[in-house]
Design a protein around this ligand. Sequence first.
Ligand SMILES: Cc1cc2nc3c(=O)[nH]c(=O)nc-3n(C[C@H](O)[C@H](O)[C@H](O)COP(=O)(O)O)c2cc1C
Length: 196
Amino acid sequence: MEKVLFVNCCIRRDASRTKKLADLFLKELEKKGTYEIEELCLMDEALINMTEGYFHQRDALLANKDFSHPRFHYAHAFAKADKIVVAAPFWDLSFPALLKTYIENLCVEGITFGCNEQGCVGTCKANHMVYVTTRGGFYQGSPMEMGSRYMEAMSQFFGIEKYDCIFAEGLDMGLRPVEVIIEEAAEKGKEIAIAF
Ligand SMILES: Cc1cc2nc3c(=O)[nH]c(=O)nc-3n(C[C@H](O)[C@H](O)[C@H](O)COP(=O)(O)O)c2cc1C
């Protein structure tokens, strides 16, 4: 069984359309019967922002190459997963700050990436990251869309070769029924699940 880490940043929980879309994708993965899915619900985590003291603690631990501190457990879990699925709504042209705080906790030299004379190299085991998002307006392909584009760059940074985004957009425009838009996005998700 391959381990899938599902990072849930769907702030509105059961009311979240992004969560609905992510669940449809995860159901496709479950059907394959080859994955063990572990959910990390960021809303239930006591994530800490990189304020001064927290930053200095990290510096001191890294100087001693002490990677056993509990604050690094997010980075260890991410680094050893076989596949990554992240779900977050499109907020203020990217995603909720909670996801950025989580990413800051993941970026640990010596766990998720390493550096040499050429620069930084990702050291995560996963070979595929899927990002699931829903947007109120239409931003796909626009330079103003900085959620999926950022996650794709992070995926590359962590050394994860393959990246896909499952998105549904225009959900708050009132132009088409939300359920239909989600269903169409889920169909694209099915194709991604086959190649996952
Ligand atoms: C705080 C906040 C910020 C948002 N910012 C944007 C935005 O910049 N562009 C946009 O198209 N929609 C924006 N939306 C709308 C959401 O992207 C849209 O409703 C999405 O489907 C919400 O996902 P959810 O149902 O999973 O919570 C925002 C919504 C909230 C609550």
